[in-house]
Design a protein around this ligand. Structure first.
Ligand SMILES: [Zn+2]
Length: 471
């Protein structure tokens, strides 16, 4: 079965075929870099990192673009200040210092979460000329107007407006806050370019006077600049569908660009059932979280729910994920890396097929993880019954799928110790068997007793000695 993805634009599952055979262009809306990275930043990059690895696994070459917003993202509290500029005033530094500081904080956090760096990370401030060019095209097409040195997109002139979010443009009027002293003709219109007031810090010269670009225009510009006028996948959080993505689509298509073919949206995170929201101060910052929880557990936890469902970060849920990952890791650590003779290559072909079917079904990572739990259980049984070839093949399968595709490190520090312990105890038990064979029971008992002092209990069974460690 080919890869099926849920396309928000058509509102159904569609078989994914790249526009250009062998290549995939993917654009994901990135962060506005004005504050510490938080949990809300983590889900999208992790989901798209898995999608990217899965596409590459099919032999496709992926160009993955994530933008960074360092200008134009306005606060929505009436006075509409630029988020970066506001922070710069607060910290008494340059807006670009704010951007630089939180840009790297964001990517440091993504590194810890095992998210591979994008192919290109364009910044809005580095593409002001291109944004002005697109605005000029929209003006030429009669889809925008200049008002008091600002430029607005004329929603009433674009009948397709609302096609992505499914909103009826006529009904949108009522939902829009009427602004005092607005330069807009219609409250639904959105800014492409804003005139800079005297105290505004970030400003560029334009055909309409000194100002700065609106927030939505950067994504229409930077995605098509690096991926072409038409490209494969556009991603973002569900909260971006409207207005951000609706505006992106209107700007791009209004300028004659077919734009993204697939729109993928990940759902929001909750904290004990309540929606996490930066604006309400209800967020969990990543670096303090990493001090008490392995970032891999955070990644594992996020992948345990489907990207289109809500994911909750209550402590119990997170602890359950930590325990689950520990189980997978300790199983992995107990399997030999080399089986010696006769590794059955096809041992896990059914598991591999089920894993692929799960990911091909709109990236169903919880189902893919369930397959790995089945493998862990069966491989532990194989190990206990002495089928080390089968267990070694499971280890190779985990390297391929858990590590390679889901991006979760299989060996924790703890796991490494467990592996070493297994090898050392195995060696001692061989010595004990040799002692018993030459009827040197004193030596055999001594080994057993010494192991006991380290809480390692040895039991003799008809299949030979078994050992376990007391908790
Ligand atoms: Zn965007």
């Amino acid at each position: 079965m080919p890869l099926q993805l849920y396309n928000s634009l058509s509102r159904r599952l569609e078989a994914f075929e790249p526009l250009v055979p062998g290549r995939v262009g993917m654009y994901v809306c990135g962060p506005t870099v004005y504050a510490e990275p938080h949990l809300g930043h983590a889900r999208g990059p992790i989901v798209f990192d898995v999608l990217r690895r899965w596409l590459e696994r099919q032999g496709l070459s992926v160009r993955y673009v994530t933008n960074v917003t360092d200008v134009g993202h306005l606060t929505d509290d009436g006075d509409a200040e630029d988020k970066l500029a506001k922070r710069a005033k607060l910290e008494r530094i340059e807006p670009m210092e704010v951007a630089e500081k939180y840009f790297w904080a964001y990517f440091d956090a993504m590194d810890r979460l095992g998210v591979r760096r994008p192919s290109i990370v364009p910044r809005a401030t580095g593409h002001v000329i291109e944004q002005i060019e697109l605005i000029e095209t929209l003006l030429e097409h009669g889809l925008a107007y200049v008002s008091n040195e600002s430029v607005y997109f004329d929603v009433s002139s674009w009948s397709a407006y609302g096609e992505l979010s499914g909103r009826d443009p006529a009904e949108l009027v009522e939902g829009t806050r009427v602004e005092v002293r607005s330069d807009k003709r219609d409250p639904r219109d959105f800014a492409l370019w804003k005139r800079a007031d005297a105290e505004h810090l970030m400003r560029w010269r334009s055909p309409w006077g000194e100002g700065f670009p609106g927030w939505h225009i950067e994504c229409s510009v930077m995605s098509t600049k690096y991926l072409g006028d038409e490209f494969d996948i556009h991603g973002g959080g569900l909260d971006l569908v409207f207005p951000h993505h609706e505006c992106e689509l209107a700007q791009a298509r209004g300028a004659g660009k077919p734009f993204a073919r697939f729109w993928l949206h990940w759902n929001m995170l909750t904290l004990g059932g309540e929606k996490m929201s930066k604006s309400k101060g209800h967020v969990v910052d990543l670096f303090p979280l990493f001090e008490r929880i392995d970032p891999m557990v955070v990644r594992f936890h996020l992948l345990r729910s489907h990207y289109r469902s809500l994911s909750d970060f209550a402590d119990e849920a997170l602890q359950a994920s930590a325990a689950g990952l520990r189980r997978l890791r300790s199983a992995y650590a107990s399997w030999p890396s080399h089986a010696g003779t006769g590794t059955p290559a096809e041992a896990w072909s059914e598991a591999r097929r089920r894993f692929a079917a799960a990911l091909d079904n709109d990236l169903n990572t919880p189902e893919a993880i369930a397959v790995l739990f089945d493998v862990a259980r069966d491989a532990n049984r194989a190990r206990d019954s002495g089928d080390l070839g089968c267990a070694a093949a499971a280890r190779a399968l985990f390297d391929e799928l858990l590590v390679g595709i889901l991006g979760i490190e299989a060996a924790s520090g703890e796991g490494d110790h467990a592996e070493l312990l297994g090898a050392v105890v195995g060696l001692l038990l061989e010595q004990r068997e040799a002692a018993r064979k030459r009827r040197d029971f004193a030596a055999a008992d001594a080994i057993r007793e010494r192991l006991g002092t380290f809480d390692v209990v040895v039991e003799d069974t008809p299949d030979g000695p078994r050992w376990r460690r007391l908790d």
